[in-house]
Write a protein that binds this ligand. Structure first.
Ligand code: ZN
Length: 205
């Protein structure tokens, strides 16, 4: 990893590059499931796709991001009597729920890589990736930087940016607007991850 000198040089070169200099001056860190990353200013809202019981017979909501969240009725600590009623549970399907595991940027454990882009360089990166865009529901991405440096910005609810260097990865959350910007010569690819087909998934408890 190089020292901070290039950032100083860039800042001196031109005022219009001040944003880039600020980016480079930020602590260099991969965007990953690292717990040290800041959580978003507001929680990620995900959609409930269904419910199942866990081993202890507590209800778990399956969310469209691939995560699961307990929705216990555990009085007097947690009052959620609706979860015991099949009809009331059904009525919650399609409604939003905060997902703390998305807030912590954790790729769902059971997800598998489904597709990988070719390697892009600063010359071949599609314009669509430079503009704000997102993966669709339930599809996660992992940016793999093989050479050079890539600025990676995530929009709401994260609103942060970082610089990925060779060997680092950046996690792309489903439906979160983001964009990339090559900082000089770069080589990177994106691996997409999604839920395995039902017949390959582990049986739910
Ligand atoms: Zn989630």
């Amino acid at each position: 990893m190089t020292a901070a000198a290039p950032a100083v040089a860039v800042a001196a070169a031109a005022g219009r590059d001040s944003r880039r200099a600020r980016l480079e001056a930020r602590a260099r860190r991969p965007v990953s499931s690292s717990p040290s990353l800041p959580v978003p200013t507001r929680s990620m809202r995900r959609t409930i796709e269904g419910f199942r019981l866990d081993e202890e017979r507590h209800w778990v909501a399956a969310l469209d991001c691939g995560h699961a969240r307990h929705v216990r009725h555990d009085p007097p600590l947690v009052e959620r009597a609706w979860v015991l009623d099949a009809r009331l549970r059904e009525a919650r399907i399609g409604t939003p729920l905060d997902c703390v595991r998305c807030d912590r940027r954790e790729l769902p454990d059971h997800f598998r890589e489904t597709r990988r882009t070719r390697r892009f360089t600063e010359a071949t990166v599609p314009n669509a990736l430079r503009r704000s865009h997102s993966t669709r529901r339930g599809v996660w991405g992992v940016l793999h930087v093989h050479r050079g440096r890539l600025a990676y910005r995530q929009h709401a609810p994260f609103d942060d940016e970082c610089i990925l260097e060779a060997g680092q990865t950046g996690l792309i959350l489903p439906e979160v607007e983001h964009e990339v910007e090559p900082l000089g010569p770069v080589e990177f690819e994106i691996a997409f991850h999604a839920a395995p087909p039902p017949d390959e998934a582990d049986p739910a408890p």
